[in-house]
Write a new protein. Structure first.
Length: 296
């Protein structure tokens, strides 16, 4: 497999893992959770340095995952009180954790070159060079990790499909029939945290946030059925991976940025041309309503 194929496959697997969860985040109005996680992991990176004096990628990701879990649990706990809206809960938690990380860096790690770029920003072009051997075959480590994450997310969504669907659209009814929406919400948020942290080193936080939100938002404009929405979100992620890589190659630009731009282009196209909710359809409907009024 060529390096280009590995890069595209890794991005597509990241998009698939995110697209399996993204529609639920969009429908639950917590779409910016991925962005919150990307900021909240800084204390975990500092903690790993203080405890183990290491910047090894696996140790850094483990520390980041710990605070990602703390972030999502804190956000969900605030939301569960009913006193704080979901967007405000996100806005309260991640700045506090990010500030804690900044203080930790300035107080205990000043002058230490913590490898924040590889964990938070990533560089997908380097994915083919970090390999592991599976059944005697060298494979890109990030590709293997993200394939496992896709399998776990697919199992989670498949096994809890009815429960996640019910608690997403009608949490009050779900509570009355004993579905425990708070527990399911926390499982979903934990899956988002694990997915985001697993992809940080490979593709970076910016592309993770893009793949969590943009394909799901695009699918939201194109369909009213949840199953179709998830499938469309996965498809948009793959289109973004393939088209973004082609764009980056043609323009000699950053691969992650080009993939994010390709996904955003899909969203803009859906925003304009969606058959039921697109702006063009709305303009046509308004024009038709105005004609009888003008004739009268």
């Amino acid at each position: 497999m060529t390096d280009t194929a590995v890069i595209v496959l890794t991005a597509a697997l990241t998009g698939t893992a995110c697209a399996l969860l993204g529609p639920f985040l969009v429908l639950r109005r917590v779409a910016l959770l991925g962005d919150a996680v990307s900021h909240a992991v800084l204390p975990g990176i500092v903690l790993v340095w203080l405890v183990a004096q290491t910047r090894a990628p696996l140790a850094v990701v483990a520390g980041a995952a710990l605070f990602a879990v703390v972030c999502v649990l804190a956000i969900d706990a605030l939301r569960a009180t009913g006193l704080v809206p979901p967007d405000a809960a996100i806005g309260l938690v991640f700045p506090a954790l990010f500030s804690l990380g900044v203080l930790g860096v300035t107080r205990y790690a000043d002058g230490i070159h913590l490898d924040l770029d590889s964990t938070i920003y990533g560089e997908i072009a380097f994915v083919p060079f970090a390999t592991v051997t599976v059944a005697g075959v060298p494979l890109a480590r990030a590709t293997v990790v993200l394939a496992v994450v896709v399998a776990v997310n697919l199992a989670l969504v498949g096994l809890l499909w009815k429960e996640l669907k019910a608690t997403t659209f009608d949490p009050e009814f779900s509570r009355t029939v004993g579905l425990r929406p708070v527990l399911l919400s926390r499982l979903l948020l934990l899956a988002v945290a694990v997915t985001a942290v697993s992809a940080f080193e490979a593709v970076g936080a910016i592309l993770v946030v893009t793949l969590l939100i943009v394909p799901a938002a695009t699918a939201y404009l194109l369909t009213d059925r949840l199953a179709v929405m998830v499938a469309v979100a996965v498809a948009v992620s793959w289109v973004g991976a393939v088209a973004g890589n082609a764009l980056a190659t043609a323009t000699d630009s950053a691969i992650s940025g080009a993939m994010g731009l390709a996904c955003t282009a899909c969203f803009v196209l859906a925003l304009l041309a969606a058959p039921r909710h697109g702006l063009v359809v709305r303009w046509i409907r308004r024009g038709r309503r105005r004609r009888p009024a003008a004739a009268a």
